[in-house]
Structures are given as C-alpha cells and as structure tokens.
Design a binder for this molecule. Structure first.
Ligand SMILES: Nc1ncnc2c1ncn2[C@@H]1O[C@H](COP(=O)(O)OP(=O)(O)OP(=O)(O)O)[C@@H](O)[C@H]1O
Ligand SMILES: [Mg+2]
Length: 314
C-alpha cells in the first residue's frame, strides 16, 4: 500500500549551456500528495514535463510502476494526467462533453462510432454519466451543460481537473493549477484537492489502494503545506562547490519533509504551520543558504524526510 508509483532517478536536464536540473532523485508513493516548490525558473515545470513524458530528461530515468508493472517513461501515457495553469478546454463542448472526451478517444475509434451506432450510443451515455459524476464531485453538478465561455476561471479549472481524473491516472500532475485564480476561488480548489486526499484515507481504512497520487507544483508555500502531505523543494541554492563543481550544475532537491494533513472542512490556519513555511523559505528560496552536498546525497539515497542541519553560508 506504500509502494513507489513514480521513481525519478538521477535526472539531469539542460538547454544548451543552461544547466537546469542536476541529479534529481525522487520516489513518490501511491496515495501521496506531493507539493513541489522552488524559486522561479529552477526547473519545476521542466521536471514535470519529464514526468509527463513530453520532454524526457537528457540524463537519468523516470519509471512509473502501476499494478506491479514498471515502465520507463519515454512519452506521454494515460497513467499520467496533467493540468496546467491555463486550462485547455474545447469551447464548443459542454463541461460534461469536455470531461467525457478523453474516455471517448480512449475507448472508441472512428469506425466504431460510424458503424456500430447502437453500441456507440450506449457507450456514449455511459461516458456522459461518468463525466456527470466526476463533475458532481468537483461541485459542478449544476453546470454540466455550460460551455467554457459561460464559466468562470475557477469552474473551468475544475472541469480540467475532472477531465484528468476521469482517466484514472496513476499519477495526477498539476503545474501551478491555481496560479491564475483569485484567493477565494483558489481556496475552493485547494479544498477539492483535500477531498481527494480524504478519499485516499477512506480507501486505506477500508483496505483498498488509495486512488489518488498527486504532484502539485506551486509557488505559494502556504498552499503547498495546506494541500499536500509532503513538500519537496527543488533549488539551485545548494553547495555545489562541495561537490567539486565550478558553477551551478542545476537545481536539485534540497528539502523533503512531511506536511500536516488537513481535511476538506478544516479551517485554513496558515499560522499553525508558520515554522515549516519559514524553514522552506530558508532551505529552498534563500540564495544565501546552501544545503550541504553530503546531506543532499544522503537525502537522495534514502529519499526520506529529514531535519535541516549543517547550515552553510556562502
Ligand atoms: N523549451 C525550452 N528551451 C530553452 N530553455 C528552456 C525551455 N524550457 C525551460 N527553459 C529554461 O529552463 C529553466 C527552467 O524553466 P522552468 O520553466 O522549468 O522553471 P520553473 O521552475 O517551472 O519556473 P516558474 O516557477 O517560473 O514556472 C529556465 O531557465 C527556462 O528559461
Ligand atoms: Mg513552471
């Protein structure tokens, strides 16, 4: 039940002379909701794109393990769903049709739709019912037949999440999904993520596999701690000199710790985790603070949460 579903091993990536990621190692277990934070431009989206498979890393490997089978990630696949900051819904389809679209592509082909009209009609009805159920979960039950131009940004983003979730991805990847939303809408969406986490907990209690494994990139540290059960910090601010490098070889993981778990109805009390926020600001975002390389290597080997120590100043 605590098996690794996504493994990032020694991943490095660069664009010409711009070295972006250096030896990134990350094990994500089934049912975890991991928030990935880091300074702007450190390579969070690059890492996510490598996991999605649209831009595989130049060095290292990424493996997905679903139902016992391990597969090297070399291209996008339905085991990984992605939602970006800017939703890309089809404007001429309703919310429900947008959500059912992926199922249609996955389960039917044009010949089936053209020549097996009766079977297709039945399957279509089933897809639309599943889509309605998913939108209900996203609290959009009253907007099933609305078109994207008739919905707010927050509503569209919920449709985009439903679109990804309906495909039952082994890992759901979110790249700054709430970045364009106002604070109140952002909070609503954060609570939807907490609902997914609560579903995981119910599944665990009932002896089932937790259904949702999520990686969310966000630059909002309060959000990261509030929605996740683990915060991972990617940063170019680590002691690469100690590793024998003459210039920064790229960002790597400098922080990896559990985060407190909240339920969807809990008050959003940011003060309750202020210490962890300060710690992340210091360890991940402060250019003056450089994580010891030796400590980083230990972190990469064990992949476990640990205390920050051996602080060094440059
Ligand atoms: N396709 C590309 N071609 C060249 N350079 C790129 C490309 N994509 C990203 N980069 C560079 O790689 C670095 C990391 O970019 P990336 O978008 O992954 O950062 P990020 O951490 O997601 O930033 P932000 O928080 O601003 O979204 C940046 O220096 C960026 O300019
Ligand atoms: Mg980005």
């Amino acid at each position: 039940m605590t098996d690794t579903i996504l493994k990032v091993k020694n991943v490095s990536h660069w664009f010409d002379s711009n070295r972006v990621l250096h030896n990134v190692n990350l094990d994500i277990k089934r049912g975890q909701v991991v928030a990935l934070v880091g300074p702007s431009g450190c390579g969070k989206s690059t890492l996510l794109r490598a996991i999605v498979g649209t831009h595989p890393p130049l060095r290292g490997e990424i493996t997905m393990r679903d139902r016992g089978e391990a597969r090297l990630v070399t291209s996008p696949g339905r085991d990984r769903g992605i939602v970006y900051q800017r939703y890309s819904l089809f404007p001429h389809l309703t919310a429900r049709e947008n959500v059912a679209f992926g199922l249609m592509l996955d389960e039917t082909g044009i010949p089936f739709r053209l020549f097996c009209r009766k079977a297709w009609k039945k399957l279509r009805k089933n897809h639309l019912e599943q889509a309605a159920e998913m939108l209900e979960k996203m609290k959009l039950g009253a907007s099933l037949n609305k078109y994207p131009p008739e919905m707010s940004g927050g509503m569209c983003q919920r449709v985009a999440i439903a679109q990804a979730l309906i495909m039952k991805p082994a890992a759901l990847l979110l790249d700054e999904p709430f970045g364009a939303l106002d604070e109140a809408t952002r909070e609503e969406l954060q609570r939807i993520l907490l609902t997914l986490y609560a579903e995981n907990q119910t599944a665990r209690e009932e002896g089932r596999d937790p259904p949702h494994t999520v990686v969310i990139v966000t630059h909002e540290i309060n959000e990261a701690i509030f929605v996740s059960d683990r915060v991972v910090g990617l940063s170019q601010y680590w002691d690469w000199r100690e590793a024998g490098e003459t210039s920064c070889p790229g960002a790597t993981i400098v922080y990896d710790k559990k985060a407190p778990v909240f339920s969807p109805d809990d008050e959003r009390d940011f003060l309750s985790f202020r210490d962890q926020k300060d710690e992340i600001l210091h360890a991940v975002f402060d250019p003056e603070f450089c994580q010891s390389y030796r400590e980083y290597v230990a972190l990469a080997r064990t992949g476990s949460a640990r205390k920050i120590s051996n602080r060094s100043k440059r």
